[in-house]
Each structure stands twice: as C-alpha cells, then as structure tokens.
Design a protein around this ligand. Sequence first.
Ligand code: HEM
Length: 88
Amino acid sequence: MNATQPTSRYSTLSIALHWLMLLLFIAVYACIELRELYPKGSDPREALKTWHFMLGLSVFVLVWLRLFARVTSATPSICLLYTSCTSF
Ligand code: HEM
C-alpha cells in the first residue's frame, strides 16, 4: 500500500500512534498533577517531574514518527469518513 492508493482506513501504524499518544498525554498530565501530593524536594515529587519530562519528550519524538507515517501511507478520503459527504 502506498500513499496514493485509495483506502478506507488509516494505517495500523497511524492508528497505533494515535492511541499511544493519547495514553502518553494522560500519563504526562497525571505525572505533573500527582507531584502535588508530595512535598517540595521529596524523591517521589522529583521522580514524577522526571517522568513528566521524559514522557513529554517522547510525545515530541512520536509526533515526527506520526507525520512520517501520515505522508508515507495511504489515508482514507474525507468522504469515506463522513457519509453525509455527497460531492467530490
Ligand atoms: C505532552 C507534553 C506536555 C504537556 C501536555 C505538559 C503539561 C504540563 C502541565 C499541565 C504542567 C503543570 C503546570 C502547573 O500546574 O503549574 C507542566 C509543568 C511543567 N512541565 Fe510540562 N508538559 C509537557 C511536556 C513537557 C516537557 C517535554 C518538559 C521538559 C522537558 C516539560 C517541563 C515542565 C516543567 C519544568 C514544569 C513545571 C514543573 C514544576 O517544577 O512544578 N513539560 N507541564
């Protein structure tokens, strides 16, 4: 399957990256919010901040991977996604 062939769904890689990034966003946000449970300077608080940084940076890396997957694999027509679309 190449980027110009018609398809009715996104590639498995794009779908997997989509859901993985959702989980990462939740984890990034949870880490930075949960740090408030611990006193300033404590080990768990610093660990949660470190996890926040690392997971946040992995989102940045995955954005590029996702853009690569987007341009190199076929994507469904917008009309296949929305049945009310009658033109095109
Ligand atoms: C998906 C990416 C990210 C999201 C959605 C996000 C979101 C947030 C949120 C909601 C806060 C809390 C702000 C507050 O309560 O005052 C925060 C704090 C912070 N974030 Fe991120 N962040 C992301 C990635 C990163 C990355 C990659 C870094 C650094 C490498 C980073 C560094 C920080 C720092 C230094 C703080 C303040 C922590 C503290 O000392 O209390 N964030 N971020």
